[in-house]
Design a protein around this ligand. Structure first.
Ligand code: URA
Length: 444
């Protein structure tokens, strides 16, 4: 087989066989296919797409690039959740310990920041000492003792995703349904989870901006999971404004800890409770949506979720003292207030621009080998529907480089749309998608 011919066939809209996909992926991992050819292949897939069979084959090839964990010796249904990527989405940090203390084991394999969206691994690594590059043995030990562990793709687990994810991040090839499906599922199927909950984000800060494309992604994730013998559901959630108020790495960890202490923002809590409730249903610990939410809320109120988070930090080498003393996170050099030029109501936000402002500050990667600044970030002070006075603060920027801070300020200012008429607050959880179709969420 010849790599350039496979690329050209996809470029011309042809269908690839499993052997061809395998040839490109294994060649990339061994070094026989260089970055420039892989980038070109990814762009061809991005533009031409893949049908379901090709997407399944891409997923299996990425999954089989590493080991697949078998967790049958751990009692109960193992359940994981994954988001398709958003701005300010720190739900995994809150959800994983809460669900674990309700008795469902959560083997979570996560990713880093991608494009304008943040990643769970970068956020966790802002906790001094926290290690996400675990060995499979360490991951399993944590699951046995604490029912929860969060690790990244390694050379053993979904290595193809690790390499391709980093390349997609810097080649404009992220928002592709087959590439996102294979990326998420190769990690999730490798982690040993029996059932999966997908948080499919839609809106101005998501990779899928319209309901139509978000639904297509949700359906793809569910169909490929079913083929792999996993039960799954997807929730479509809003990403037309950042989730919660903090955007960055350590700032998001602090907001997640606040949420575990019962002091989190309402929208973040609502999305967490909803996703968590479905994890408990799939894990056999709740028989309806209302009961699942109640169980999770109870674990916030009685402090067990926070204790579980402390154990998670400890077991992965992090310093749990940060949980009670946020001053242990390094301070940034500058704080810049983003002020409104006019009076009115926040009507809309270009959430992708806010994510890009965070990348501009250094919270994400602009190049394959960029270092991430774990301490910079943005606090959103006004959300959609809020009234704003002239010169009132829309956001606060934490920066280590003043020039970058000023550029981020311009982006954020442009991202806010202020109008005279009041806008409605956004509903956060939009629909439930499963094998039977799309439904509104049960109320209560
Ligand atoms: N999350 C992932 O793990 N992969 C993607 O491609 C997008 C979001």
């Amino acid at each position: 087989m010849i790599t350039s011919e496979i690329i050209a066939r996809k470029r011309d809209g042809g269908k690839l066989t499993r052997q061809e996909i395998e040839f490109i992926l294994s060649g990339y991992l061994s070094g026989a296919v260089p970055d420039y050819q892989m980038s070109s292949f990814l762009m061809a897939v991005f533009i031409r797409g893949m049908d379901l069979e090709e997407t399944e084959n891409l997923t299996w090839c990425m999954l089989n690039s590493g080991k697949i964990l078998e967790l049958g010796f751990i009692p109960g249904v193992k359940v994981d959740k994954h988001s398709t990527g958003g701005v300010g989405d720190k739900v995994s940090l809150i959800l994983a310990p809460l669900v674990a203390c309700c008795g469902v084991t959560v083997p979570m394999v996560s990713g880093r920041g991608l494009g304008h969206t943040g990643g769970t691994l970068d956020k966790l690594e802002s906790i001094p000492g926290f290690k996400t590059g675990l060995s499979i043995e360490e991951f399993i030990e944590n699951l046995k003792h604490n029912q929860v562990s969060i690790m990244g793709q390694t050379k053993d687990l979904a290595p193809a995703d690790r390499e391709i994810y980093a390349l997609r991040d810097v080649t404009g090839t992220v928002p592709s349904i087959p590439l996102i499906t294979a990326s998420i599922l190769s990690k999730k199927l490798a982690s040993g989870a029996d059932a999966l909950v997908f948080d499919v984000k839609m809106g101005s800060g998501a990779f899928m901006q319209s309901k139509e494309t978000a639904l297509a992604l949700a359906r793809n994730l569910i169909k490929v999971s079913k083929k792999a013998g996993r039960r799954s559901i997807a929730l479509l959630t809003d990403m037309n404004e950042p989730l919660g108020n903090a955007v960055g790495n350590s700032v998001e960890v602090i907001e997640a800890i606040d949420t575990l202490k019962g002091k989190g923002p309402e929208d973040l809590l609502e999305v967490t409770l909803t996703l968590g409730s479905f994890m408990l249903i799939l894990g056999g610990k709740a028989n309806n949506f209302r009961k699942g939410k109640e169980l999770i809320l109870e674990k916030i109120e009685n402090g067990e979720g926070l204790d579980k988070f402390k154990q998670l930090v400890l077991q992965q080498g992090g310093d749990p003292a940060v949980i009670d003393d946020y001053s242990l996170f390094p301070k940034t050099n500058y704080q810049i207030d983003v002020k409104s030029d006019e009076k009115g109501y926040v009507n809309a936000m270009d959430t992708k621009e806010i994510g890009l402002a965070a990348v501009e500050l250094g919270a994400g990667r602009e190049k394959l080998d960029s270092d991430v600044d774990l301490d910079v970030g943005i606090f959103i002070r006004k959300k959609i529907g809020d009234p704003v006075k002239k010169n009132e603060e829309l956001a606060k920027i934490l920066a280590n480089d003043f020039e970058k801070g000023k550029k981020a300020e311009q982006r954020i200012k442009k991202a806010f749309r202020i109008t005279r008429q009041k806008a409605k607050r956004l509903k956060k959880v939009l629909s439930l998608v499963d094998e039977k179709g799309v439904r509104e969420l049960p109320t209560g």
